[in-house]
Design a protein around this ligand. Structure first.
Ligand code: A5P
Length: 229
């Protein structure tokens, strides 16, 4: 598959999700290369008259939404989000996700948890039988991160501090670090989620369980929808 094919799939998937957006909705705006297409398409619809309010999941998405002219709201102005459109790094047959490849997992999970519906948009290579080929991002407090990495290693993973191109630690929008953790095949995601939640210093992890309602996946020119039962 070429880069162009993957981009085309991302666009097709995003377009199908954006078609679900209706007047009056509060819409969660995801982060990443697929969600970016969705935000652009929502912008086009807003400029054509769609009346919605958006809530971005990262500073990058906020900047894009501002440029697109999408009216934004904060959590002080709303009680819930009608629909969120976001990408994923992997999803399994139970629509459990790995997220955080772009480093926005904390805000993404807060927005997803406040949403009536989370629609995941992605290209075909994100579908996996088991999560784990993609290293699991874990957001941690910078103070004592080495201790947190040691606890995660005890769970059976190699945990590496995410760094920027200049070698300095990558810092999230909430001023935390990210540990990219290689567990191999994750056979029991809820058990791993509980174990990570129990480590002091872990802010959040990229396992999204029971949050996604639907995955809209493009495979070549074909768009497929998978709903969670
Ligand atoms: C951002 O932190 C991530 O959760 C993204 O949603 C995820 O990495 C998917 O991104 P792509 O659409 O760029 O693959």
């Amino acid at each position: 598959m070429t880069t162009n094919d993957a981009e085309r799939e991302k666009e097709l998937s995003a377009a199908a999700a954006v078609a679900l957006v209706e007047d009056g909705m509060v819409v969660g705006l995801g982060t990443g290369s697929t969600a970016k297409h969705a935000v652009r398409m929502i912008g086009e619809r807003v400029r054509a008259g769609l009346k919605i309010r958006g809530i971005p999941t990262s500073s990058v998405t906020k900047t894009q939404a501002d440029q697109e002219g999408i009216p934004l709201v904060g959590f002080d102005e709303i009680t819930k989000i009608d629909l969120t459109i976001d990408g994923a790094d992997e999803f399994d047959p139970h629509l459990r996700l790995t997220k955080g490849g772009g480093g926005a997992l904390l805000f993404e999970k807060i927005v997803a948890a406040a949403s009536d519906r989370l629609i995941v948009v992605c290209d075909a290579k994100k579908e996996v039988p088991f999560l784990g080929a993609f290293p699991l991002p874990v957001e941690v407090v910078p103070f004592g991160w080495q201790q947190v990495a040691a606890r995660i290693k005890e769970l059976g993973a190699q945990a590496g501090l995410r760094t920027r191109s200049d070698g300095k630690p990558f810092v999230t929008d909430a001023h935390h670090y990210i540990l990219d953790c290689r567990f191999g095949e994750i056979r029991d995601p809820p058990a791993l989620a509980r174990a990570l939640d129990a480590i002091v210093g872990v802010v959040e992890h990229g396992l999204f369980i029971d949050l996604a309602d639907r995955v809209i996946l493009a495979e070549g020119d074909r768009v497929r929808e998978i709903k969670r039962h």
